[in-house]
Design a protein around this ligand. Structure first.
Ligand code: FMN
Length: 649
């Protein structure tokens, strides 16, 4: 068979182990650990699916090596804890049985110990240890590790490595990046020691070398050790790429794979986890440079999901391995799809940060485009329905498409009717905004999947009660979506006004260098960023005193920063009264003020199409509603509801 992405699909030998391709699954901890800090069956199923999906290595994360000086949400490998060794062994088995190499990440949070700790009492009473005495920016005091403690920590790496190998892990990743303990020692920002662990680069790298030496002693020669590092810390006071190169050189004799990530968790979350505002592969340059100076294989990571791009990175010799995190949450079968030339079926990560936000807020694993994430242990295969039924889906937006694909996969005769001449619903609007292109692509991918599953797609078809009566469906799923709210103010229907949903087809109506976005919710803020990046001077007008309250806790601060960086002028507590050729006249603090601009983008929200939905309540014996027609929400809600409505039929 001729593989399209030959370089990506090529096996690689690292240490004594051959990996089946170049696509590795990044460490991605979740909150589903057991109270004893073992992996447990839920997490095991999560990792197992990444192996089944075709990744060559699956890294379990993250193992806190030394609980006495660290504390987190993470696993401890501990022979004293009932079930710990067995739990790790089952996980390694589960990854191995699908042909992937099981790896486990070893970490220590250092002065950020307890960052994810859920136990508040423990969090308040614990001591944070780092390379040097000091106070964190959030006011938490930090104690310097003594040499005795450092020795204990190194010994803990040794013991855990022995146990990990015993449990069947075939690779160990030592976390030396992202601002955690080893990185803190490497960093001139955190490390002010005056002993042999501080000062010169040789001294700052000492802890990393001691740890890697201990791990090597424990696992023996040939057993792959992967060193995860930040190629550059990318914040003022941290080390840059020149030192990143020297760090890689200083450890390369002890490791088999140098995994080059970027940034520091607390000073650049959106660099370490590149946000939608950054380019795909924006951190590759770090790995590429390091590769020029070392002789060991080098891996890269950061917003990678495009097979052609990843194939080129390897083919051109920039890196040897690509590692993906969120892309494999969105679609664990991405590697298999690449291997089998089905790249156009890949469901791409939106970089919406639902995964990281939900982890913090609800302590669950969630992904906007993957309704089964975090529930892998329940079984992932869509079972055929006991009785084949006729299912009519009304509305071809994201919820309707997801329902159609799922219903068809269950073997139902599935008809999808869409009033307009194309599928995708509100996702079509996203093609106008470059950094949201994957949201648009989601609609395209779901349409492709629906066609592959044999869904009977009927465009330009409005479903009336009579139409439904004629179809005689056993079940109807209402996914009629929402419609933009248009505020009834004078001038709203002027030629200088574009409703945000229509922006992608009416771009040419946005004239002049100074424009106004009316509405500071998520859609308005993102439009403002887009227009500013397009070179416009942008005014954002918001009635409330808060911007983007509908954005999740991870995306929101990044979005607000982006508004600042793009110099968007935010007019808070301003109520639009009328639109003129000069701009929007607003009421603010009881006075009328003109916010100037030649064009206005109206983004004041969506309203559920309740009326349309309600006319079809008796359209079949079983009628279900999903997505925005219940209440305008987000892609995540639409996908989950679409999937489950179809599963319930
Ligand atoms: C939900 C989630 C959990 C993560 N947990 C870890 C972790 O435990 N250890 C770690 O080193 N990195 C962790 N990361 C960071 C990823 O390994 C990766 O570096 C980052 O997501 C950037 O890669 P991506 O753009 O392919 O997602 C996590 C990322 C996500 C999205």
């Amino acid at each position: 068979m001729e593989r399209k992405f030959k370089n990506l699909c090529k096996p690689i030998k690292i240490g004594n182990v051959t990996f089946r391709n170049r696509m590795f699954s990044a460490p991605m901890s979740g909150a589903e650990i057991t109270p004893e800090c073992t992996i447990g069956s839920k997490s095991t199923a999560f990792y197992e699916l990444r192996a089944k999906g075709g990744a060559a290595a699956v890294t379990v994360s993250e193992l806190m090596v030394h609980p006495p000086t660290d504390a987190s949400h993470a696993y401890h490998l501990n022979t004293q804890t009932v079930g710990s060794v067995a739990s790790f062994t089952y996980t390694a088995d589960a990854i191995k049985r699908h042909g992937a190499v099981p790896s486990v990440e070893f970490s220590h949070s250092g002065q950020y110990a307890g960052t994810y700790l859920l136990d508040k009492n423990k969090k308040e009473t614990m001591v944070q240890y780092g390379p040097s005495e000091g106070t964190r920016p959030d006011g938490i005091p930090v104690k310097a590790l003594t040499k005795g403690q450092i020795k204990d920590i190194v010994q803990a790496y040794y013991e855990n490595a022995k146990l990990a190998k015993l449990c069947g892990f075939e690779m160990i990743m030592v976390h030396g990046g992202h601002g955690w303990l080893i990185n803190q020692f490497l960093s001139p920002y955190f490390n002010h020691r005056t002993d042999e662990y501080g000062g010169s680069l040789e001294n700052r790298v000492r802890l990393a070398r001691e740890v890697l030496t201990a791990v090597r002693e424990a696992v023996g020669p040939g057993f792959p050790i992967e060193f995860r590092m930040s190629g550059s810390e990318l914040f003022e006071g941290g080390y840059g790429l020149d030192e990143g190169v020297r760090i890689a050189q200083a450890v390369e004799d002890l490791v088999d794979l140098i995994h080059v990530s970027a940034g520091s968790y607390k000073f650049g979350f959106s660099v370490t986890h590149p946000s939608m505002f950054r380019e795909h592969g924006c951190n590759v340059y770090l790995a590429e440079e390091i590769k020029k100076h070392v002789s060991k294989p080098v891996a890269t990571i950061g917003a990678l999901n495009d097979p052609a791009m990843m194939d080129e990175l390897i083919g051109s010799g920039k890196v040897d391995v690509v590692v993906m995190g969120r892309a494999l949450l969105a679609d664990p079968f991405l590697p298999e799809k690449v291997m089998t030339n089905r790249e156009d079926e890949i469901v791409k990560c939106l970089r919406c940060f639902v995964c990281m936000a939900e982890r913090g807020v609800t302590q669950t694993r969630r992904c906007s485009v993957n309704p089964l994430i975090g529930r892998e242990w329940e079984g992932m295969d869509i079972q055929p329905a006991r009785k084949k039924k006729k299912v009519l889906i009304v509305g071809g937006g994201v919820a309707g498409l997801e329902a159609a694909v799922t219903a068809a996969r269950r073997g139902h005769e599935t008809i999808l009717c869409e009033k307009s001449d194309s599928l995708g619903g509100i996702l079509k609007c996203e093609q106008g905004i470059d950094f949201k292109h994957e949201m648009y692509e989601l609609g395209v991918t779901l349409e492709r999947q629906a066609r592959l599953e044999g869904v009977d797609i009927r465009l330009n078809t409005e479903v009336t009660p009579e139409y439904a009566e004629n179809v005689q469906a056993d079940a109807v799923i209402l996914a009629v979506g929402s419609t933009p709210i248009v505020p009834p103010i004078p001038g709203i229907d002027g030629d200088n006004v574009v409703i945000v949903n229509n922006y992608y087809k009416e771009k040419e109506k946005v004239k002049g260098d100074e424009v106004i976005v009316l509405g500071g919710g998520l859609a308005g803020c993102e439009s403002a960023v887009h227009l500013a990046r397009d070179g416009k001077k942008v005014h954002l007008v918001e009635m409330r005193d808060v911007l983007a309250p509908d954005a999740n806790i991870r995306h929101r601060p990044i979005l607000l920063q982006e508004l600042k960086d793009q110099h968007v002028v935010c007019h808070m507590s301003h109520r639009g009264l009328r639109i003129t050729e000069e701009g929007v006249v607003c009421e603010a603090e009881g006075k009328e003020v003109l916010v100037p601009g030649t064009s206005v983008i109206c983004a004041v929200g969506q309203r559920a199409r309740r009326d349309e939905a309600e006319t079809l309540f008796d359209a079949a014996p079983v009628v279900k509603q999903i997505g925005d027609c219940i209440r305008p929400a987000n892609i995540c809600a639409a996908i989950y509801q679409g999937y489950h409505a179809a599963m319930d039929i």
